[in-house]
Design a protein around this ligand. Sequence first.
Ligand SMILES: O=C(O)CCC(=O)C(=O)O
Ligand SMILES: [Fe+2]
Length: 306
Amino acid sequence: MNEDREKFSLEIGKACRNVGFFYLSNHDIPSSLIERVYQQAEHFFSQSIEEKMKLYIGSCRYGNNRGYTPMFEEKLSPKGDLKEGFDLAMELPADDKDRIERGAILYGPNFWPDNLHGFRECIYNEFYLKMLSLGEKLFEAFALSLNLPSNYFKSMCQKPMVTMRLLHYPPQTIIQDEDQLGCGAHTDYECFTLLSQSNQSGLQILNNTQEWINAKPMPNTFVVNIGDLMQRWTNDQFKSTIHRVINTSGTIRYSIPVFFGPNYFTKIKSLINDEKEKYEPILADEYLTQRFNDTYQYRQTNSSST
Ligand SMILES: O=C(O)CCC(=O)C(=O)O
Ligand SMILES: [Fe+2]
């Protein structure tokens, strides 16, 4: 990210319009910190299922999609994904004004384990907050690549809906069932995703001739991809590309995606002035809530949670 800003935004603009995926290097997240996040992920997932289920996402008292997702809970593969995860987002008080007075139910506190030493400090205070700053820089680059002022998204990202996940994929030696992959074919929901992959391959991207291309892990890089909300916001100029995960590495695979959305009540209306709008304007929270409801099993059995 140290290159000349304009050149950088031109390049990513091209990648977003053609592929929807690119690798980001020269960022300022130390590899030693990323290593420590992986160690915390390993501590978390190696606990017993009973311990992890104390943080079950479906029993999070705030109903804000935080906590532990067991194997097969997420249904990107029709029979449930072969992965487990831990979800967190911006730490806000339970009596956050937008949450209490305006129904911003996805805001609020996280669902932290209290038995893992240094987990919250490492995951949130160190890593998540640094990722927020990196995401802000990317929002600036996206703005420039859309011929908007670099600070265009700033006011819409003061309390952004940014979800981070720790993901654990057990090894899948052969594909026994196309309907049960590590992570079934999908597009991401938010504006963009910054993904750290551990050394294990597994992520595949569908190209425009319908072939699955391996997105090999590259040291000290993040994979960046456009999500559906940004595709919609750019009237389909930026591409939200289908991808999936099959962990045939033979060993456990961890990954850490961070999904960047704007403030809860941001109106998503085409940013492209000289084109007919392809979509009705929609509020970011309405869109994301619907997508969460469609994917998480607990949200289907308990449809009162938004
Ligand atoms: O684990 C990965 O490499 C990608 C995960 C992913 O695509 C997602 O969580 O949306
Ligand atoms: Fe994804």
